[in-house]
Design a protein around this ligand. Structure first.
Ligand SMILES: NC(=O)c1ccc[n+]([C@@H]2O[C@H](COP(=O)([O-])OP(=O)(O)OC[C@H]3O[C@@H](n4cnc5c(N)ncnc54)[C@H](OP(=O)(O)O)[C@@H]3O)[C@@H](O)[C@H]2O)c1
Length: 270
């Protein structure tokens, strides 16, 4: 058990599945108390029970839609009611949508901006101030390897993740002198339901993907080491390296041409 985390609260958005669920589990294993946030009440309740049984972890479930303008306000109100002070924040909730910009619904792309950018910024602003006052805090922001590359067919998503990286690196320098450390975690393809929701068929890529547990563990280690940026896995590191040296449009088109959409009817709701 990591002593530093004992009795401290960690808040993880998008904790109902995938990378967020694994992050929440890692906090519980280290003795922290956790606030689990996502829309799916049932999945959060079952994770809460699981963490209590396996790690005697105290957990609060907050089911809310962070993509809605009042989503964060609802979340902050519940935190106030419980008088909980957050020392670790993992801004993980996010989604992508695969396909050409003009062929996708305007509403969905705007929802993506609301969740991936607006809610992440709002929650960071609301919790970082109190961390700064207490002189202690860690914030993990979920970027992506697409934070480094404009991507056709993921245009809004890759742009949203470029915002996450740029914003997070900027505030890191502002908050560091006050004992608050911001780490941006930029995973490559990871085996979660992300691609089903995005509408991209990745069935032929299974063996090349990292697991969400691997990604969360690398993110947790980087957070504890107060790193500014972490890209999990050597293939993803190589990808970032090539992005910096090859012409961006050539590289973007090469990757985009290898991607397959999945049929709209087989695609889960976002
Ligand atoms: N998987 C990858 O290849 C990959 C690569 C790079 C970066 N990432 C990033 O990693 C993060 C986690 O993704 P993942 O792969 O774990 O995907 P995932 O399995 O689809 O999980 C997404 C999480 O976000 C939550 N969420 C979605 N919309 C929400 C909303 N409006 N309000 C509140 N919560 C919401 C979902 O819960 P509910 O549906 O219950 O609300 C879920 O818990 C995302 O930011 C993603 O962009 C993923």
């Amino acid at each position: 058990m990591t002593e530093e985390m004992k009795n401290r609260w960690a808040l993880v958005t998008g904790a109902s599945r995938g990378i967020g669920r694994d992050f929440a589990t890692l906090f519980a294993e280290r003795g922290a108390k956790v606030v689990l946030v996502a829309r799916s009440q049932e999945s959060l309740d079952s994770l809460k029970e699981d963490l209590k049984t396996k790690h005697q972890c105290e957990a609060i479930v907050i089911s809310c839609n962070l993509g809605r303008p009042d989503g964060i306000e609802e979340l902050l109100q519940v935190l106030n009611e419980h008088e909980v002070q957050i020392d670790y924040l993992v801004n993980n909730a996010g989604f992508g949508s695969y396909g050409s910009f003009l062929q996708q619904s305007r509403e969905k792309q705007l929802q993506m901006i609301d969740l991936n950018i607006r809610s992440l910024t709002h929650l960071t602003w609301s919790l970082a101030e109190k961390m700064k006052q207490r002189g202690f805090g860690h914030i993990v922001q979920l970027g992506s390897i697409l934070s480094f590359l404009p991507m056709p067919d993921y245009a809004v998503y890759s742009a949203s993740k470029q915002y996450v990286l740029s914003f997070s690196q900027g505030i890191r320098e502002e908050l560091k002198p006050h004992g608050v450390f911001v780490t941006t975690l930029c995973p490559g393809p990871t085996a979660t339901s992300f691609f089903d929701h995005a509408g991209q068929d990745i069935s032929n890529r299974g063996p090349y993907m990292m697991t969400s547990q691997e990604v969360a563990e690398i993110g947790m280690k980087a957070m504890l080491a107060k790193k500014a940026l972490v890209v999990p896995g050597w293939k993803n590191k190589l990808f970032i390296f090539l992005c910096q040296w090859l012409p961006q449009t050539w590289f973007s088109n090469l990757i985009s041409n290898q991607m397959e959409p999945i049929k709209e009817k087989d695609r889960p709701a976002p």
